[in-house]
Design a protein around this ligand. Structure first.
Ligand SMILES: Nc1ncnc2c1ncn2[C@@H]1O[C@H](COP(=O)(O)OP(=O)(O)O)[C@@H](O)[C@H]1O
Ligand SMILES: [Mg+2]
Length: 241
């Protein structure tokens, strides 16, 4: 379970995130939908304990973000869009192990877990090869494995498909749906309407740091008397996505 309570981040005079609150249940995907600059990454970076909130907090897996950031950190998996961020000189296994150690996994467990992940993601052939020369698809699998090496029950995805080609996008969507099937609690940010409509159980529309609406697609359509999510978005934000 994830509960976000009046979470706020100011950068100087800029209120990047302005007192947003929402809840996400186990096995549910909550989509944060918004334009560039809406406050999605700032929200997810706060939840990931990478950025200190100005005020407000969140409870992740029973732990308070402000009071117990290390406990929170150990319960969450992160997959942020953009570069995969693998170390070229390390093997796939070493890249994954590096993240396991950051999460204080013990060496025995880590070894076993990497073997398991190599099997799950069909990486056994290249698990001990250096990542530098991997194809995009191979790197993507290593990044997936790395994000769940410590078996987190909460997953944070920040625009995980931005800049990817069609088959890579499909892989990400499958991975997210697998996480959901395993009962993980998921927050996904996106500026792509179709992605959010396809994957999310509930959607929050974020605009200039404010959560201007939240609910299931059916609820949002009814609340705003609209026939499509695009109409809802234009009504609330005044722009087409
Ligand atoms: N480190 C920072 N310093 C100053 N302003 C920032 C910083 N990070 C984000 N912002 C500002 O906060 C707002 C929200 O940004 P961001 O969370 O990155 O939006 P999104 O991910 O939805 O595109 C923007 O106005 C952005 O310019
Ligand atoms: Mg962003």
């Amino acid at each position: 379970m994830l509960e976000i309570i009046e979470l706020t981040k100011k950068f100087g005079e800029v209120k990047a995130v302005n007192g947003i609150s929402f809840q996400v249940n186990e096995g549910e995907i909550f989509g944060l939908l918004g334009e560039n600059g809406a406050g999605k990454t700032t929200t997810l970076r706060m939840l990931a304990t990478m950025l200190q909130p100005t005020s407000g907090t969140a409870i992740l897996g029973g732990y308070d973000l402000i009071r117990e950031p290390e406990k929170v950190r150990s319960r969450i998996g992160i997959l942020f869009g953009g570069e995969s961020g693998l170390y070229d000189r390390l093997t796939a296994a070493e890249n994954i192990a590096y993240f396991g150690r950051l999460n204080n996994m013990d060496e025995g467990k880590l070894k076993e877990r990497i073997r398991e992940l190599a099997k799950v993601f069909d990486m056994e052939e290249y698990i001990d090869r250096r990542a530098g020369k991997f194809s995009k698809g191979m790197k993507q699998k290593v990044a997936f494995a790395r994000s769940i090496v410590h078996n987190p029950d909460i997953m944070l995805f920040d625009e995980p498909t931005s800049g990817l080609d069609v088959s890579a996008i499909r892989n990400v969507h499958e991975f997210i749906l697998d996480c959901k099937a395993q009962g993980k609690t998921i927050v996904l940010s996106s500026h792509t309407m179709s992605e959010v409509e396809k994957l999310c159980d509930r959607i929050g529309i974020i605009h200039k740091g404010n959560l201007v609406a939240q609910g299931t697609i059916a609820e949002l359509l009814e609340q705003h008397s609209c026939g499509s999510m695009e109409e809802v978005f234009v009504k609330l934000v005044g722009e087409k996505l």
